[in-house]
Design a protein around this ligand. Structure first.
Ligand code: URA
Length: 182
């Protein structure tokens, strides 16, 4: 299925309650042939209003790290576990993740990235392993079928705790190096 068709289906999704409060479905953005895909948690307010992931404060910080390691945002694909904003940006409910995860799986199948980088704990727990410990396991590589995966801190976590920024830069540099091998 072409990515655009999947986007259209996702935009009219009513599989969970979040469709009732969304302004836009935040499907994903970037290069459909990307070798590197980032997966965040769920849209926030700016993303809900614009329909594009990572455009708010956390997104601007992500842009800075991409620029710092020489990765162009247009070359990657960025999506989230949830496509609709949870009220007041609360954590996704397991039932919401279950309802939505099929869209992400289809996106991955269509894009076939080499590397999937999870942004934060929620995405890492869902995509890498249930007991993922972000403070211990960020920046480590995991092979999952055809995909090489890792997780980095969520940019919003860096805004709350700037001491994590050094680790983030190192992890993003590792991702850039891995990308060059692929
Ligand atoms: N945080 C996320 O996890 N995703 C976004 O799109 C924006 C903020």
């Amino acid at each position: 299925m072409p990515l655009e068709k999947l986007h259209n289906i996702c935009s009219s999704c009513t599989k969970c309650e979040l469709h009732k409060t969304r302004t836009n479905c935040v499907f994903g953005t970037g290069n459909p042939q990307a070798k590197l895909m980032f997966v965040g948690e769920a849209p926030g307010e700016k993303e809900d209003l614009s329909g594009t992931p990572f455009v708010g404060a956390a997104g601007k910080l992500l842009d800075k790290y991409l620029a710092a390691v020489g990765i162009a945002r247009e070359d990657v694909y960025i999506a989230n576990i949830l496509k609709c904003r949870p009220p007041k940006n609360r954590d996704p409910l397991p039932a919401e993740e279950d309802a939505c995860i099929g869209y992400l799986r289809e996106q991955v199948k269509i894009i076939r990235p080499k590397i999937i980088a999870c942004l934060g704990r929620i995405s890492a727990k869902r995509l890498i392993k249930e007991d993922f410990k972000i403070t211990e396991e960020h920046g480590k590589w995991f092979e999952r079928g055809d995909y090489t995966m890792c997780a980095v801190y969520h940019p919003a976590a860096l805004l709350r705790d700037p001491r994590k920024k050094e680790a983030m830069l190192l992890d993003m540099q590792k991702i850039k190096e891995k990308l060059e091998e692929k």
